[in-house]
Design a protein around this ligand. Sequence first.
Ligand SMILES: [Zn+2]
Length: 145
Amino acid sequence: MNAKSRWIQNDWSGDADEPTPEWASEMVREVLGERQGLPSIKWYHDADWECGMCHFWDSLPWLSIVSKTTDRTDDNCMVLLHELAHVILGPPRRSVKRYHTPDFWDVCIPLYERHGLLEHAAKHESYAGGRKRAAKRLAEAKEVA
Ligand SMILES: [Zn+2]
């Protein structure tokens, strides 16, 4: 099954395509520390698609990352940090599931900032709300500098 079919069917039960790159494991440890119980990552390959997904099906969250490459690119870092923000927030509690709330961006945007990704996120974050907030934070940071 390719990554797109997995996404459409929401079936991430298969084996990963690639071993999780070391830089990604390090970023997970750096962002979450040891206290939270570290999520496992399954890394899938797709020729022209990038996305991430955070699952809370078991007691520990786990992440699916789909990417053209396992290299430490800005896109891969952004996707991983976005999913780690979901891990930090935990599963949404309300019956109406909204994942990308203002609370979410309050966690996610500082992670982008800390990793030098605001400019990238302002252009390439998949969600318009994220692009807008990254651009806003970038403008604020420039004012101070
Ligand atoms: Zn998300």
